[in-house]
Design a protein around this ligand. Structure first.
Ligand SMILES: Nc1ncnc2c1ncn2[C@@H]1O[C@H](COP(=O)(O)OP(=O)(O)OP(=O)(O)O)[C@@H](O)[C@H]1O
Ligand SMILES: [Mg+2]
Length: 273
């Protein structure tokens, strides 16, 4: 089964940028990649360089489909819906293949608290669980913030949680908090990528405040990346140095994940926990 990687961090730090570049780098190496946009700002398609009219409509907006799958009904006493709707046929039907990457646009429930007791929430949770626990592809999830709304089983199915962090106190704090939560929830590998870095000293500050979360790599602030967003062209083509830096970070991440797997296997062999 392919690796499952979730990417989080404070708003605007570069989660979608990292996700789109990694998706294409993994695909270029021959991996079967499923990239999931689970972000309310829905910008993964744009980061892939897709024009707005070609970007798939987010599943969260498909009211009829959600009502059908969750069996939603209302009566005088309230609304009823299934908490575990069947969704396993949906990725194939709704993804769009772009440069060998399957892009699945889910969207997100934007209410405070990162989730809601509503049919849309149950539907998204079911789709994320399915893609993380049951699919063979290497899955990259572009997340709105953290993993709190995902449900314990699917969170534990994530091999790596990556927080993107920019040189700024709030971003570093958010990264530390999300990373801590990811570790507490039992995710094997947690790492950080520093983005929009303008000076090396910023990296020291970031490193010292990440509570032991390993820094996988850093990407310099880049006018070309900004410009790519403005022009809606692919980030992958915007800045070779940034792609190179993200490729190194990706290699570090896969090494860390492999090490966790090896330790896990030897623990099993020795009958330990
Ligand atoms: N290294 C960089 N240098 C300059 N600009 C960057 C860099 N990385 C990302 N950006 C720009 O910063 C903005 C936010 O990036 P991105 O959309 O990847 O962040 P995000 O964390 O996914 O945001 P959101 O929380 O809104 O989903 C975009 O305009 C993007 O082009
Ligand atoms: Mg984003």
């Amino acid at each position: 089964m392919g690796m499952k990687i979730a990417i989080g961090g404070k708003g605007g730090v570069g989660k979608t940028t990292v996700c789109s570049v990694w998706a294409h780098l993994f695909a270029r190496e021959g991996y079967d990649v499923l990239a999931i946009d689970a972000d309310p700002s829905l910008s993964l398609g744009a980061a892939f360089g897709l024009p707005a009219e070609r970007t798939p409509k987010p599943l969260i907006e498909m009211k009829d489909l959600i009502a059908e799958r969750t069996g939603m009904r209302k009566d005088a006493l309230g609304a009823y819906f299934r908490l575990n709707p069947a969704v396993s046929d949906l990725p194939e039907e709704h993804w769009l293949e772009v440069n060998n990457v399957k892009l699945l646009v889910l969207g997100a429930v934007t209410q405070a608290g990162g989730g809601c007791a509503c049919p849309e929430g149950a539907f998204l949770k079911a789709l994320l669980s399915h893609t993380i626990l049951q699919r063979d592809e290497l899955v990259l999830v572009d997340l709105a913030a953290g993993v709190e709304f995902m449900g314990r089983a699917s969170v534990q199915g994530i091999d790596a949680f990556v927080v993107v962090v920019e040189p700024g106190s709030r971003s570093i704090e958010t990264a530390g908090n999300i990373a801590g939560m990811a570790r507490d929830l039992g995710i094997g590998t947690v790492g950080a990528v520093a983005n929009k870095v303008t000076e090396l000293t910023e990296l020291d500050v970031i490193r010292s405040r990440l509570n032991g979360v390993p820094l996988l790599g850093s990407v310099a602030y880049s006018k070309s990346i900004q410009e790519a967003d403005l022009q809606r062209t692919a980030v992958m083509q915007a800045d070779a140095a940034a792609v190179h830096a993200l490729n190194q970070a990706r290699h570090r991440l896969t090494e860390l994940v492999k090490n966790v797997e090896v330790v896990g296997q030897s623990r099993n062999l020795h009958g330990a926990e």
